[in-house]
Write a protein of this length. Structure first.
Length: 273
């Protein structure tokens, strides 16, 4: 990835993260850290990796994404709005009764390909999509974003085994490993034992993400898994404890502070152009 493109993606991710903070703040919702953690991953996937067509959103040959990591739904919505699936003003009604953007992804929302399912069930949904596309003679890829905690569920490992048996080489799981080592508490060895191709990436760094995705051979019948180490963005380290406190929503002052810190990052980027 050249420096110009990396800079464009970093600037876009910064705007996405601002939108996430605003929408979660207005909704008085918790779980802000998860959405901020996967923002770079989703920006890369929607703007560099996936074949999607916002003006032809039902095209059969498009790639699909399953957001199994339900607590990060705000990040998905922010990306879909920026990609043009719906008006950005919809973000400000996030989680309101009857609004388009609910707390968990819903297929009635433009750009959402599948619901997240029960905790740990998203990979099974993604595997089913992958099999259906293959039966239709389509080479579309299916991506599933997962939280690390989901891999503690038995249904998750049933899906891991099934995907390997069925040779779902067009399936890729992106696992949010929060502030941990890329070993992911044994996740890598478990996936490898079931016949998956497992790679490590720094989910905060576009060059690292790009290196992994660019190296995939989708003709290889092994399902793919990326253990992406994520965490609180450096510009928000002073708010780390509050961002990761999922028990209560941030106050208005805390949201304003987070936006101010992100705006400072924008100004620093502008000064270095």
């Amino acid at each position: 990835m050249n420096g110009k493109r990396r800079g464009e993606l970093e600037a876009l991710s910064l705007e996405v993260r601002k939108d996430i903070v605003r929408m979660v703040g207005l909704a008085r919702a918790a779980g802000l850290a998860s959405s901020l953690a996967v923002a770079n991953l989703l920006v890369y996937m929607y703007w560099e990796q996936m074949k999607v067509y916002p003006d032809e959103r039902n095209r059969g040959d498009r790639d699909r994404l399953v957001m199994s990591h339900a607590s990060a739904a705000a990040a998905l919505y922010a990306c879909l709005a920026r990609k043009g699936y719906f008006d950005r003003e919809e973000l400000w009604s996030y989680r309101r009764l009857g609004a388009t953007l609910q707390g968990f992804p819903d297929i009635r929302t433009p750009g959402v390909d599948a619901p997240n399912g029960a905790c740990g069930g998203g990979l099974g949904i993604a595997s089913g999509l992958c099999i259906a596309l293959r039966l239709d003679g389509l080479a579309s890829r299916v991506y599933c974003v997962l939280g690390q905690d989901e891999l503690r569920k038995g249904v998750m490992w049933e899906s891991v085994r099934s995907a390997a048996i069925n040779g779902l080489g067009h399936l890729a799981a992106i696992i949010d490993v929060r502030d941990g080592s890329t070993s992911g508490d044994g996740i890598a060895s478990g996936l490898d034992a079931f016949g998956w191709l497992v790679c490590d990436a720094d989910g905060r760094d576009f060059d690292s993400i790009d290196a992994v995705f660019s190296g995939f051979d989708y003709e290889d019948p092994r399902p793919k898994a990326i253990l992406a180490v994520t965490g609180v963005d450096g510009g928000l380290m002073s708010l780390r404890a509050r961002l990761e406190d999922s028990g209560r929503p941030m106050s208005g002052d805390e949201i304003d502070n987070a936006l101010s810190l992100l705006e400072q990052q924008s100004n620093v980027r502008a000064d270095h152009r």
